[in-house]
Ligand binder design. Sequence first.
Ligand SMILES: [Zn+2]
Length: 98
Amino acid sequence: MPTCNKCNRRPVVFNRIYSGEVLCKSCFIHSIEKKTLHTISKYSMIHHGQRVAVGVSGGKDSLVLLYILKKFQKITIMILSQSQSMKELKATEMNLLP
Ligand SMILES: [Zn+2]
């Protein structure tokens, strides 16, 4: 069974075709968190203490973004989601400051 080319210990669960990386679950999660935080920092998208609106569709992309923002950023998050009728936009504020 092939092993992760970051840790060289655990089995591969993800193949990043453009870079040739093959990663285990733990290294994959770490790489996604690192890439997201790097992009936020590179483009100065969010600063500590800010109030940020996140559109959440319920799909994997928006839920992962919400998870990473909650885990690493000391910000107030305003979650924007559509109701099942798709006619109204709901807003829920999530205060993540300590
Ligand atoms: Zn690994």
